[in-house]
Write a new protein. Sequence first.
Length: 368
Amino acid sequence: MKYYIIAGEASGDLHASNLMKSILKKDSTAEFRFWGGDLMTEVAGFPPVKHYRDLAFMGFLEVAKNLTTILKNIKFCKEDIRKNKPDVLILVDYPGFNLRIAEFAKSLGIKVIYYISPQLWAWKEGRVEKIRKFVDEMLVILPFEKDFYKKHEVDAHFVGHPLLDAISDLKEIDIDQFKAENNLNQKEIIALLPGSREQEVTKMLELMLSVRPNFQEYQFVIAGAPSLPKEFYQKFVDENVHFVSNKTYDLLRCSKAALVTSGTATLETALLNIPEVVCYRSSRISYEIGKRVVKNIKYISLVNLIMDQEIVTELIQSDLNTKNLVKELELILKGNSREKMLHNFELLREKLGGKGASDLAAEIIING
């Protein structure tokens, strides 16, 4: 079969690449055409139609400034699908773009699969109507999403979370070797995951590093984002603050604990079994707008949303300060709070259904 896959972000590239591997195991004649990144390129053996780097516009202002480019990309994508006539269109998250393409593909009679649902349960719930009209199979990765769609009369398939697949494929790591290769000292590591956008990273690192005087027996290591140049991080680095680029999973696996900006990283950290404090702060205006747009959500981290209780502490807006960071970090470095969090991470993995999401998704895509 001919598969046309669209992943518009780095996380989509990871999960779509694992899905492609699973499809190839079940359909040896599979032909791929895709929008994505380097991981999908590795599986396919050739580059994407468009790289996600050229598609990722974040925030209202950036989208508005790049509207002409976005509309050109949508037009080009439609023409490319029309010309290539795939048997199946697989859309990976990225809803602003992908829902428009779903409508177009459906009008051509192409089977439309949505893998990894947009977070409609948090905002833009009205988009469910489009999914009901234009998507043939919705494959969800969070347990509560199946119930959300059922409420809206969409029969979704819960396939498990593909991060468990990605993590289970990791090779054993030698902590001393990792430290030596990355010029780290022998102290235990506290990992800092400050996000990926320049303004956000600067603000978060200033706050995260403010705890240093209280934890001199540890070294702090920043997880560098591939989207930012190494030079950007140099102003934060000294004899006890280091940074490693593009090795977040390895860094986390070698760490005692982590301070993590909200997002998918909070779930990745938990699934790698590293106790964490979740950090979030935006401008007051953005936060107030966000509160009004995002409704019915008790937590900001995926870990707590999935478990439906606060198993990792969330420090939000004014609560994110040095005093609270020190207190919460002390709690998860040793003692009962640490053990309780690690136990809850076991329950989280059980709730997500174990590994095999990519294989199950491939099975549904191929055999319906």
